[in-house]
Design a binder for this molecule. Structure first.
Ligand code: G3P
Length: 216
């Protein structure tokens, strides 16, 4: 499963760039960064070679097409994030014909995921945490999408989003998602483990107590 970082902060991306497959952003994250959309997306696309999702602000088809083409012109690895609306699905079909990759986002149901795949989306982003916030089964949604995509041979990649903890990431992997996007806090927790830390401390202490030459 590919791991993307869900952030627009270069200070978070740069030190982890060699361990991630791509970046997802959204209008909230770009606004929080204080940078302009084009400036920040350009910086990110130069930092990470993998796909960088940049979301359109327009909600009408023509506006989405215009913004999406401008965003993709920033760099080849910029992919266009479109909301799962009628206009977003229409834009996904147009971008598909233009070989511009898309990430259809704000997906909360199996029907929506089905429509995104039918529109030829490159990625679909089901929002696990927000489904659970509303009392739904976010992980169940991922499994259902996987089943239906496999059953019909859809090639749209499932990008699990709105993941709120490490268990969500593990469940997304077990559900067969193609990718998961995580905030940096979860990314770091995927690597660290208290027993790794204490085990390493013990190895180092034993080595120091042995008084041996450090060279190998
Ligand atoms: O990738 C989507 C993500 O940014 C939404 O996460 O935690 O705001 O629901 P959250």
């Amino acid at each position: 499963m590919q791991i993307f970082l869900d952030t627009a902060e270069i200070r978070e991306i740069a030190p982890r760039a060699d361990q991630i497959d791509g970046i997802t952003t959204n209008p909230s994250l770009i606004a929080r960064s204080g940078a302009s959309m084009s400036e920040r997306i350009g910086e990110i696309a130069r930092t990470v070679p993998g796909p960088v999702s940049a979301e359109v602000i327009a909600t009408d088809l023509e506006g989405m097409l215009d913004e999406g083409r401008r965003l993709h012109a920033i760099a080849d690895n910029v992919i266009i994030k479109l909301p799962l609306t009628m206009a977003g699905l229409q834009a996904a079909r147009v971008f598909g014909k233009e070989d511009i990759p898309t990430n259809v986002t704000l997906c909360f149901s199996l029907n929506q995921a089905l429509m995104a795949a039918r529109a030829g989306a490159t990625f679909v982003s089901p929002f696990v945490g927000r489904v659970e916030d509303a009392g739904g089964d976010g992980i169940g949604l991922l499994k259902a999408i996987r089943d239906v995509y496999d059953q019909f041979g859809f090639e749209t990649a499932i990008l699990a989003a709105s993941l709120r903890n490490q268990a969500h990431v593990e469940a997304a992997a077990l559900a067969g998602c193609d990718a998961a996007t995580v905030p940096v806090k979860i990314f770091d927790r995927m690597i660290r483990h208290s027993q790794t830390d204490s085990g390493l401390d013990a190895f180092m202490a034993d080595w120091a107590a042995g008084g041996l030459d450090r060279s190998v």
